[in-house]
Design a protein around this ligand. Structure first.
Ligand code: G6P
Length: 373
């Protein structure tokens, strides 16, 4: 069947709005019932083998790599295993330390990206166990990996990836919990609330979509600027990188994602009167520090859109009074915020692109799937 836009102006907007459904389908039967909560019968990996892994390498390109940055943090925090994330085109050439005790997770929406496929083959050649997180059944990556975790995003037509990224996050969260169970690294009293929070994400994604109008008016303002910054720490930094890429891909406005605490070591020099800054402050443990970084950019004249979460601000109801505007995402576990905070960032990129009159679904120079190295 020919893909339809279902009344949306572009595939990208349609796919952004499909995320609640895509979340539901990706969770599917994987988080049913009570203890042991996580079910991944599709994996051939046994708990014994999971316990023998000494390290995880996550390898992907573009947006899928950004999902890997979140996955790395979930694996380290919950499964307590050293994890690193690399872009596939760099990975093979830095002689990574790969052996039988290495789990390599390749992430690819299409399952056909040449760099990612080459990394997968090299990892297998060196004896690693390879899990693919992919959206396409029967794709090269799905066929060649030892194990596959499918995202249930459904076909993604827009070149700028949205629902594929966010369902990759969910796949990582579920896999990290599964590995944590095998490795007995996460106590039940911490495990259960995370599962609860994951189950709420589809409904909360729906709520997050309701802020579209507010974001559209902000997008129109920033569309007149040449460059902007995305700031955040921890999970917020990981999602900031995706927000920045999305904006660059389809609106051609230059932006940089910066670890909020690193800005003062150089890039603060680029903040001037009126520079737009999108500051994510959803992490309770990092809130005070991020607020002080927000003060630094405001003191140099930046106009700040804050993205907050109710329990991320440690009882400070005042982010709104500190910045020029604030958007609040629905409340969730701090590790899961990217699955909700990415939604306003996707909408921001979309509306900036349409405000400038660009062909959102077909950005210049980019392809949906890149099959050359
Ligand atoms: C291309 C697309 C990106 C995508 C990347 C990886 O560059 O334009 O949106 O993130 O490939 O694609 P994959 O299918 O491997 O996730």
């Amino acid at each position: 069947a020919v893909a339809e836009k279902d009344g949306f102006d572009h595939f990208m907007l349609k796919e952004i709005h499909e995320q609640p459904r895509a979340y539901r389908d990706t969770i599917g039967n994987r988080l049913l019932g009570a203890y042991p909560w996580v079910h991944l019968p599709e994996l051939t990996l046994t708990p014994e083998r999971i316990r023998l892994f000494r390290r995880v390498h996550i390898v992907a390109c573009g947006t899928a790599y950004h999902a890997g940055l979140v996955g790395k943090q979930a694996l380290e925090r919950w499964a307590r295993i050293p994890a690193e994330a690399d872009v596939a085109s760099e990975y093979r050439y830095r002689s990574p330390l790969v052996a039988e005790d290495t789990l390599v997770i390749v992430v690819s929406q299409s399952g056909e990206t040449a760099d990612t496929l080459a990394a997968l083959r090299e990892a297998k050649r060196q004896g690693a166990h390879v899990i693919a997180i992919t959206n396409v059944v029967g794709s090269s990556v799905a066929r060649e990996a030892d194990d596959v975790l499918f995202t249930m995003a459904g076909p993604e037509i827009s070149v700028a990836s949205t629902k594929a990224y966010s369902t990759q996050l969910l796949a990582f969260y579920i896999l990290a919990l599964h590995m944590a169970r095998a490795r007995r690294s996460l106590p039940d009293e911490e495990f259960a609330p995370i599962v609860e929070a994951l189950r709420k994400l589809p409904e909360q994604a729906e709520q997050a979509l309701k802020q579209a109008e507010e974001i559209r008016s902000y997008a129109e303002e920033i569309s007149h600027h040449r460059h902007l910054f995305f700031l955040g720490r921890g999970m917020d930094y990981a999602v900031a990188q995706e927000g920045s890429l999305k904006l660059k891909e389809i609106s051609y406005i230059h932006s940089e994602a910066y670890a909020a605490g690193e800005l003062k070591h150089g890039t603060l020099a680029l903040i001037e009167e009126g520079t737009p800054v999108v500051a994510l402050a959803t992490q309770p443990e990092l809130y005070e520090k991020t607020v002080s970084n927000i003060r630094e950019v405001m003191a140099r004249g930046a106009t700040v859109l804050g993205i907050a979460s109710p329990s991320g601000s440690r009882g400070d109801a005042n982010l709104a009074s500190r910045v020029d505007r604030v958007l609040t995402i629905p409340d969730t576990h701090p590790m899961l915020t990217p699955a909700l905070s990415v939604i306003p960032l996707q909408l921001l990129a979309y509306y900036a692109s349409t405000a400038l009159g660009y062909d959102v679904d077909k950005p210049r120079n980019l392809a949906k799937s890149v099959t050359v190295e």
